[in-house]
Design a protein around this ligand. Structure first.
Ligand code: GDP
Length: 184
């Protein structure tokens, strides 16, 4: 076996919290921002556990609030590492919420946090490699590679300095089907 490679089971964490009235907005649903903060906590714990270093949040990919969360429900966040780079990791988080009285569980959110491992001096440090053990591990790792590539391509296409050099005719054509009126 290659050295310093770890399975993502070593990163798994579960965070459970009962939703109190103080976390709710005026319509009695839990604030999205509160859930985001729990997700950030889970991502931090997961990435730090896996890498053996304290980590910082670099970016968040997709936060779709699929179902509202009510006061009194028990929210569970399950997190594990989906991808590792040199000093970066992608933590996947699944958020579910359970009604205490009926036991019914709903899926509320799945998000992917990019985290970076840092040393005491605040410098990026190398993280262990990832051992992929099953089809889900493979699917999530490959999907992360694709997502990172697509993000890079999009950044290049829309880089400010490059964009102004482009021929806009294709973009203008594309925008004909959108709810915009071009006045430039
Ligand atoms: P998926 O990413 O398409 O598989 O969507 P899911 O909603 O099933 O899961 C979202 C993310 O949560 C996954 O990418 C995993 O990183 C993480 N995750 C899912 N299931 C579990 C689990 O049972 N335990 C832990 N610790 N993490 C999980």
């Amino acid at each position: 076996m290659k050295e310093n490679f770890k399975p993502n089971q070593d990163s798994e964490i579960t965070l459970t919290e009962l939703m109190l009235p103080s976390y709710a907005n005026f319509s009695g649903k839990i604030h999205g921002g509160f859930i985001l903060s729990l997700m950030d906590k889970a991502a931090f714990a997961c990435a730090s556990k896996f890498s053996g270093h304290y980590c910082v949040t670099a970016s968040v990919n997709r936060v779709d609030f699929l179902n509202p969360i009510e006061v009194g429900e028990l929210v569970t966040l399950q997190a594990k590492i989906n991808y590792v780079g040199n000093s970066s990791m992608v933590v996947g988080i699944r958020v579910t919420s359970q009604n205490i009285q009926t036991g019914k569980v709903k899926h509320c959110n799945s998000s992917y946090f990019a985290m970076v491992a840092k040393n005491e001096a605040g410098k990026n440090v190398k993280v262990p490699g990832l051992i992929l053990k099953d089809e889900n591990d493979l699917r999530r790792f490959l999907r992360s590679i694709k997502q990172l590539k697509m993000r890079k391509q999009r950044d290049i296409e829309f880089k400010k300095e490059e964009f102004s050099k482009k021929d806009f005719s294709n973009y203008k054509k594309l925008l004909e089907n959108y709810n915009v009126n071009l006045e430039l």
